[in-house]
Design a protein around this ligand. Structure first.
Ligand code: HEM
Length: 411
């Protein structure tokens, strides 16, 4: 049976970001399938979240929702135009999703990403060297923002002089994952402007690489071909923007949330410092404990039963990844931050056909950033009690994280 209230899920509540996990715990216990005040059904248990993510009747395409159909009926959206629009493959279903993702995968394999390790290490070391003679640094500004944008720009082949501009655009675009209704008009306008900027920028860069291919991801995407399929011009440009938007702010938050968790658990920080081989399991634990993407959504393409409740055709569901990761039915001591945790099947990168394409890259960047900070920066200490969270709803991360230290060892 679908429950309404007593506990509400309201990520817009200003207090929500301080501790979403206690809200999630109550949801799992009292209303694991909750009809929210926004109309969508909210799922908080691991088993239900995974069941919906792996079900072929689940759609990622908003055009299958009742809300979309209603908007067309009311003349708020023009159906022909909306169907002509091409959302990125994050918001598409098979067969289009399969085709587009397959082409990107070809150019974005774990093998390519593993080769980036030495370069990522150099970038992290240089970023640390820049503040080595001080006694404090700011994790977000000094490491977490510059690292992923430098890496993805280098991969895509964006010239170095444009990196700063990209950092700004990518920051503005991060809220594009939030529901439009949740954004103030100035943020909405900024987001539209940023999309325009990306579009214009990549249109020019794609044309340049077509004429003169290089050893970069854009040239590889232009070349990527699968059974005679190629990316169209607008798919190419959309994919470049998706890689930047989906991959930047998320990784920023992985590094920020990870450092915060380590600083709040000094025994775990000491473990990582003393044994860098724990970097891999440490990153998986950060992803489970405080995931950068807190929730995603799906639309039922047909009536379907999940967790004993009926999801009707066209109905939207909200899947609380952050809650699934703390489900006591799946993880022993789920609220304990343990960087040696084994069997950590978290859903921070989602599950099923939309499982994050960039996961190998995010993992490499996160492992190297956290392990290197732990090893080189001595006696780190948080300089604020309660860091402020960014206003994003879907993405969770602190706005700044000032940290004091005694000294920095050489690379
Ligand atoms: C810690 C960092 C990251 C997290 C937590 C994360 C999380 C996610 C999640 C949860 C999804 C699936 C959403 C859904 O099922 O509805 C996703 C999809 C995706 N991510 Fe990531 N991501 C991260 C980093 C990256 C990076 C570095 C890139 C690329 C440079 C990237 C590119 C993508 C793409 C292209 C998709 C769409 C996949 C599809 O629809 O098939 N992500 N990511």
């Amino acid at each position: 049976m679908v429950q309404t209230e007593p506990i509400a899920f309201n990520p817009l509540d200003p207090d929500f970001p301080k501790d979403p996990y206690s809200v999630y715990a109550r949801l799992r216990a009292e209303a694991p399938v909750l009809e929210s005040q926004f109309g969508a059904i909210v799922f908080s248990r691991y088993a239900d979240v995974v069941a919906i993510l792996r079900d072929p009747r689940s759609s990622s395409d908003g055009r299958n929702s009742n809300e979309f159909k209603e908007a067309i009926k009311q003349g708020l959206i023009n159906k022909e135009e909306a169907l002509l629009e091409e959302p990125s493959f994050l918001f598409r279903d098979p067969p289009d999703h399969t085709r587009l993702r397959g082409l990107v995968n070809k150019a974005f394999t774990p093998r390519v990403v593993e080769k980036l390790r030495p370069r990522v290490q150099t970038i992290v070391d240089e970023l640390i060297d820049d503040f080595a003679n001080k006694d404090a640094f700011e994790v977000i500004e000094d490491i977490a923002y510059p690292l992923p944008v430098t890496v993805i720009c280098e991969m895509l082949g964006v010239p170095v002089e444009d990196h700063v501009m990209f950092r700004e655009w990518s920051r503005n675009a991060a809220r594009s994952l939030d529901p439009v209704e949740a954004l103030p008009p100035d943020v909405q306008a900024q987001r539209e402007e940023t999309f325009g900027n990306f579009q214009a920028y990549f249109t020019k860069l794609v044309a340049e690489r077509r004429a003169d291919p290089r050893d970069d991801l854009i040239s590889a995407l232009i070349e990527a071909e699968d059974e005679g399929n190629k990316l169209t011009e607008s798919e190419l440009i959309g994919t470049c923007s998706l890689l930047l938007i989906a991959g930047h702010e998320t990784t920023v938050n992985l590094i920020g949330n990870g450092m915060l968790a380590l600083l709040r658990h000094p025994d775990q920080l000491a473990k990582l410092r003393d044994d860098p081989s724990l970097a891999q399991s440490a990153i998986e634990e950060v992803l489970r404990y405080d995931p950068p993407v807190q929730f995603t959504g799906r639309i039922a393409k047909e009536d379907m039963e999940v967790g004993g409740s009926l999801l009707k055709k066209g109905q939207q569901s909200v899947l609380l990844l952050g809650s699934a990761n703390r489900d006591e039915g799946q993880f022993p001591d789920p609220d304990t931050f343990d960087i040696t945790r084994e069997g950590n099947q978290h859903v921070a990168f989602s599950h099923g056909i939309h499982f994050c394409v960039g996961a190998p890259l995010a993992r490499v960047e996160g492992q190297i950033a956290l392990a290197t900070m732990a090893r080189r920066i001595q006696d780190m200490k948080l300089l604020v009690d309660e860091p402020e969270y960014k206003e994003n709803i879907v993405l969770r991360g602190v706005a700044s994280l000032p940290v004091g230290f005694t000294r920095v060892t050489s690379a």
